[in-house]
Design a protein around this ligand. Structure first.
Ligand SMILES: Cc1cc2nc3c(=O)[nH]c(=O)nc-3n(C[C@H](O)[C@H](O)[C@H](O)COP(=O)(O)OP(=O)(O)OC[C@H]3O[C@@H](n4cnc5c(N)ncnc54)[C@H](O)[C@@H]3O)c2cc1C
Length: 381
């Protein structure tokens, strides 16, 4: 039976980045993903925020044009609130290219990546799969998304508060107008969250996300209703792709590490409860996960796992969890219109700009990571 230092389950952004960092520390790393190709089954819109673009090297060719303007629409779609930043705040990435880049970087660092392999269970280091022979792993990293099977196998916490998101991609012709991020707050089509239209330079992404219980199995129906009345023009062609999936918004889970493994990314609930952005948290949390795993495997000291504490990270989310609960209370179009009356005030606009353009996304755990691993490269980009 093949033996590895670390098995990473999931070749999304969190898994590939963690694998790359672990392999760069000289560990023997195997990544498995049930997808047969990383270019299919993409779930995310791929909006990267400025803070991520500043702090992490992403391939420039994979990024769409910078977006500086956000339009917030009430249910009536009338008189949207316009917010403008002097800087590029968002770029929408071609996620197939981002995953290809992440895979290449992980392999260059020495990790092996096996696709078409589904993780089934881990018991005392023996890992079983559908699509591959079992392996023995000293440690398992669960980067297998919002409904993590690894979390269940390791007896760690699982996500319970979920949004469900769905989107369609329509081809757009090249245009000279500045791209805009259109956000619609309308509980009829996106209960508890919002609908959006944003352009990556080649496609318009038209999506909705809402509370899982309130959207039910009807996410697609909500999306069709939203697209029929979407605030930005789309081409007649398409949609050329559909995406979607669950989004954990209950905050980072408390128990995310144990002696047999740990969780990163969506599996750990590392998504902003307010904006539902998970790409920045994936990257930041992977750095801490890789540092803790390396220190644990190299020193054999289980106390180091205490540094990977969901409870500590969670404490930094209190404000955003509260705002998320307030947002969930907007249950009728009338309540949303009333919220817009507040949003149109000077203070309301300033608060919205802070959320949309501010620097406060996921807590940055890199300082902790630096103190854990004193030798070797912290970053290899
Ligand atoms: C519709 C939608 C739009 C979104 N838009 C944005 C956005 O624009 N910006 C943003 O910041 N965030 C966005 N998010 C959230 C963001 O996409 C996620 O937080 C992020 O992609 C999570 O990355 P991950 O690597 O943790 O998990 P994933 O990308 O979900 O990767 C998990 C991987 O694990 C694999 N896997 C699962 N189970 C198994 C198994 N048993 N065996 C083997 N492999 C397995 C899956 O195939 C998958 O490749 C969006 C989410 C949704 C649903």
């Amino acid at each position: 039976m093949d033996t590895v230092d670390v098995l990473v389950v999931g070749a999304g952004l969190a898994g590939l980045h963690t694998a790359r960092l672990l392999a760069a520390q000289g560990l023997d790393v195997l990544v498995v993903d049930r997808r047969r190709s990383l270019a299919v089954g993409i779930r995310t819109t791929g909006i990267f925020v400025r803070r991520t673009l500043d702090d992490f090297d992403l391939p420039a060719a994979a990024l769409g044009p910078g977006v500086r303007e956000v339009l917030l629409y009430p249910p009536s779609r009338r008189s949207p609130v316009r917010l403008r930043s002097p800087r590029d705040e968002y770029r929408v990435a071609d996620m197939a290219e981002i995953y290809a880049y992440g895979r290449h970087a992980a392999e260059q660092a020495g990790a092996r990546v096996l696709l078409g392999v589904r993780f089934l269970d881990v018991d005392d280091g023996r890992v079983t799969f559908a699509g591959a022979e079992p392996v023995t792993a000293r440690f398992v990293v669960g980067a297998d998304g919002a409904r993590s099977r690894v979390a269940r196998s390791l007896g760690l916490d699982v996500n319970r508060r979920l949004l469900v998101g769905a989107e369609m991609l329509f081809p757009v012709a090249a245009h000279d107008t500045a791209p805009t991020f259109h956000c619609v707050i309308d509980p009829r089509v996106a209960p508890g969250y919002l609908g959006w239209v944003i352009d990556d330079g080649r496609h318009a992404h038209v999506g909705v996300a809402g509370d899982l219980r309130r959207m039910g199995a009807g996410a697609r129906r909500h999306l069709d209703a939203f697209a029929a009345d979407a605030p930005a023009r789309m081409t007649a062609a398409g949609p050329v792709e559909r995406r979607g999936g669950p989004i954990p918004v209950g905050g980072v889970l408390r128990r995310i590490a144990g002696p047999a493994g740990l969780l990163v990314g969506d599996a750990a609930g590392a998504v902003s409860p307010l904006t539902a952005g998970g790409l920045d948290p994936c990257l930041r949390m992977s750095e801490l996960a890789a540092a803790v795993t390396t220190a644990y495997l190299k020193r054999g000291d289980p106390r180091v796992l205490g540094r990977y504490s969901g409870t500590d990270l969670r404490a930094r989310f209190r404000g955003r969890l509260l705002l998320r609960r307030m947002n969930a209370c907007i249950r009728t179009p009338a309540a949303a219109e009333a919220a817009f009356a507040v949003l149109r005030t000077r203070a309301g606009r300033a608060a919205a700009a802070r959320i949309l353009f501010g620097d406060g996304s996921f807590p940055d755990p890199r300082l902790t990571a630096e103190t854990l691993v004193t030798t070797g490269r912290r970053r290899d980009r």
